[in-house]
Design a protein around this ligand. Structure first.
Ligand code: IPM
Ligand code: MN
Length: 369
């Protein structure tokens, strides 16, 4: 198989972890006889520095010409003082809109070997396996007006939560489609006791549910969902929610696995390339220190193989390699509880070695310690 992958490393640890993900894709290509061609583009702060804009036009073109996009992270203290329309994060929002990446899948998976890295007790997190389906191109992130203004002589501000029926319907349908192949349960998260947008969301969820008689639908208020994610995370299978709620709940959910550094994501579109990126940000506090956990980016590459290229076996090989390396006791700093840890590069090397040769796991027990 020959595929073009656009790589947008972005800022901070984004650069380090995407390099790791590309190394992993290269070894997968070798082992399975595929050809992945990588083309690079600037986004976020890196693009502001070089080109004066967080999303240059030719970055968009590079993405559109590719079969899939691999992204690192954007943002950093250096650009914090810029006006909001010029910030690195704008680049990320703009590429989501440009490519119509409406469905953001964020799987939350329990790893036996990481049980001590999670702040939660084992009996609560054991076997946790759910996926957050976050709407990604609407809601408060994109609604207009969004501005500062003057009311009378006083400073005021407005953001707008706007959705069209179609946008709600397609993301909810996406969640049901996922549930069909899982444990057949959709939790639709909203704030229908307060927000009008949530009332329509709830109505549409109930309508779509009728097309999927085998899938159970439950509605949950977002504040309650935030609590249930900690109290009873094993309860969830597919969680579907609007953009901002999904952003918040997915960071919360990452703690079930032990670290935000473990959570991958896929941002899917119907036509054109989908985009894959770790859920975590650019982590300016550890950027450039070869210390970030590359696993979220590597697992995002696995999602790319699965969802964009239909390479299920290859995706599983990556996921299994990650699990084997963790089982062998290897940790990056975020997971190490203050004990010995591997650098980003060493962790990537360990995973690459296991993908190249399954039997390498015997040796890596000692090789990277
Ligand atoms: C995420 C990030 C982004 C978001 C930021 C960087 C704009 O937090 O992907 O979760 O809020 O969507
Ligand atoms: Mn976020």
């Amino acid at each position: 198989m020959i595929k073009k992958v656009a790589v947008l490393p972005g800022d901070g640890v984004g650069k380090e972890v995407t390099k790791g993900a590309v190394d992993v894709l290269k070894v997968v290509a070798q082992r399975f006889n595929h050809q992945f061609e990588f083309t690079y583009g600037l986004i976020g702060g890196a693009a502001i520095d070089e080109e004066g804009t967080p999303l240059p036009i030719h970055t968009v073109e590079t993405c559109k010409q590719a079969d899939a996009v691999l992204l690192g992270a954007v943002g950093g203290t250096k650009w914090d003082e810029l006006p909001s329309h010029m910030r690195p994060e704008r680049g990320l929002l703009a590429i989501r809109k440009e490519l119509d990446l409406y469905a953001n899948l964020r799987p939350v998976t329990y790893y036996d070997s990481l049980v001590d890295s999670s702040p939660l007790k084992k009996e609560y997190i054991e076997g946790v396996d759910f996926i957050i389906v976050r709407e990604l191109t609407g809601g408060l992130y994109f609604g207009k007006p969004s501005e500062r203004r003057t009311e009378g002589s006083k400073e005021a501000v407005v953001d707008t939560l706007f959705y069209k029926r179609d946008e709600i319907e397609r993301i909810i349908r996406q969640a049901f489609e996922m549930a069909v192949n899982r444990r057949k349960k959709v939790t639709s998260v909203d704030k229908a006791n307060v927000l009008e947008s949530s009332c329509l969301w709830r109505e549409i969820a109930a309508e779509v549910a009728k097309e999927y008689p085998d899938v159970e639908l439950e509605h949950m208020l977002v504040d309650s969902a935030a609590m249930q994610l900690i109290r009873n995370p094993q309860h969830f299978d597919v969680v579907v929610t609007e953009n901002m709620f999904g952003d918040i709940l997915s960071d919360e959910a990452s703690m079930l696995t032990g670290s935000l550094g473990m959570l991958p994501s896929a941002s899917l579109t119907v036509n054109g390339p989908s985009l894959y990126e770790p859920v975590h940000g650019s982590a300016p506090d550890i950027a450039g220190q070869n210390k970030a956990n590359p696993i979220a980016a590597i697992l995002s590459a696995a999602m790319m193989l699965r969802y964009s290229f239909g390479l299920e076996e290859e995706a599983k090989v990556i996921e299994q390699a990650v699990e084997n390396v963790l089982n062998a006791g290897h940790r990056t700093a975020d997971l190490a509880n203050g004990l010995h840890y591997l650098s980003t590069e060493k962790m990537v090397e360990a995973i690459v070695d296991v993908i190249a040769d399954d039997s390498a796991i015997v040796n890596i027990m000692t090789a990277y310690s």
